[in-house]
Ligand binder design. Structure first.
Ligand code: CO
Length: 136
């Protein structure tokens, strides 16, 4: 089941420069987290039941660095919360959708995540996310 949009990921050149707009609106950066395996720093801006993630590259070969090079700053992905990522992942594969990872991996906040290629979704990189097991 997909209960909500978990977050919208926005590629930015600089979190320090980009956060001001959201703070002007009365939103606040709740935490900044590094995800070294992705070469990214993530600023999480809660917004009601959902979040905005500001994504800044921490290495020149990170997916965010490549995205910024090709497309410039802007919406990078939409993340849908899912209650059973394993089953959703399997169903998408079986139906021929192109997922980016061999299996769900750990993302920001300890969530399990999988990505679906824009070529399979009508042009949007879709992240599917399920909270990690408590205590892991
Ligand atoms: Co995300």
């Amino acid at each position: 089941m997909i209960p909500k949009i978990d977050h919208i990921g926005i590629a930015v050149e600089s979190i320090a420069a980009a956060r001001g707009f959201y703070e002007e609106l009365g939103l606040a950066v709740a935490e900044v987290e590094e995800v070294p395996q992705e070469g990214v720093r993530v600023a999480i801006v809660p917004c009601g039941e959902s979040k905005i993630e500001l994504l800044e590259a921490t290495s020149a070969d990170s997916p965010i660095a490549r995205f910024l090079e090709k497309r410039g700053p802007g919406i990078h992905h939409v993340c849908l919360a899912t209650t059973d990522l394993g089953a959703t992942d399997a169903a998408l594969r079986a139906a021929g959708y192109r997922v980016l990872r061999d299996e769900p991996t750990r993302g920001a906040g300890g969530c399990w995540v999988q990505f679906v290629h824009p070529a399979s979704t009508g042009g949007v990189l879709v992240e599917l996310s399920q909270p990690g097991d408590p205590g892991t």
